[in-house]
Design a binder for this molecule. Sequence first.
Ligand SMILES: [Zn+2]
Length: 379
Amino acid sequence: MEYDAGLTDRRRQTRSNIYRYIYDAKGFCSRQSLARDLGLSLPTVYQNLSKLMSAGLVRDSGEQQSTGGRKASGLSIVPDARVAVGISVTEHRLRIAAADLVLNELAYQEVDNGPIHRFADMGGLLAQVLEEFLDRFAIDRGRLLGVGIALPAVMSPDSRYITAAPTLRLKDTTLEGLTDSIPYPTYVENDATSGGHAEFFVRGSGRNMAYLSLENGIGGAILVGGAPYLGDNRRSAEFGHMCVEPGGLPCTCGAQGCLEAYCSPRRIRGAFGVPLEEFFSQLECRGPRAGEYEALWDNMLRHLAIGVNNIHMALDCDVVIGGVLSEFLSPYLPRLREYAAGINFIVSDAANLHLSTLRRHTVSLGVALHFVTEFLEHI
Ligand SMILES: [Zn+2]
């Protein structure tokens, strides 16, 4: 552990177990329950806590509980003892979020971004935007674990090369230079995979999950017991490019009839030129163009149901819909479930279809989560 390098492995493990116990505790956590549940003596617990407290990682929670006449005081971790930053790169915008150790959002900012031709050119911009963000929100660089960058791209297994990034209109491109100007640890990941990790973390159920991310580019992640199933070439869960209508609408990938061509929020903007907020408020309050809006939306829902059903058929697990479009889907979830169940011969209710719990900034938080997980694994 960085604040006490002289520890032996066994002692380090004990301290790590104590920290993780407090981190994972759902209710009241005391020194006594720690000693009892971890099979440690009270002096060992006190000694380790004193180190964890002086390192600013654990504190008294201020709660008290009676344990047979004596009052025991509660313990909690210090969530903002460390901070991680995630940057989601999209075709027009950079979305930057800072998160603490329990993935609470500490700060968020969007920055407009021109077309990307080469990632090397982008590295300088990212570094500059990042430093401004850290200054603006007074984020202590000493607590910064690292900076994650999420890209809407299919990447090589070593994250150094992009095979395809249709929404960025890039193909076979190197990522060299992207992170060189950032003076902190960096990590690059696919955007939907990042979103899936964040959603799995906040759900906390441990259930297998397929995450379907409805951004302009549609992608996903498959998490089996929390571990990503990446496929042989790291191209798994490219749900956006499943065919849902043979010979149908053209897709950014060059094919026709992809889920992305039918269910991307871009389709709404393309058809009516209105922001999503306006589209859905018109739909709900039956505004003047509600008839046309409803026809498009129903078509989107029917194709989305085909996509969801395909995922259910292939993977037999919870399907969780996230991304920007999921923010508006709640009133339409019963209809989507009905359509999905209508084409599935096994189930009658599509009850394992859910909307993401983390409604906003999922990708940015998800790529920041990489550093939180790493911190927890190595503490
Ligand atoms: Zn496609």
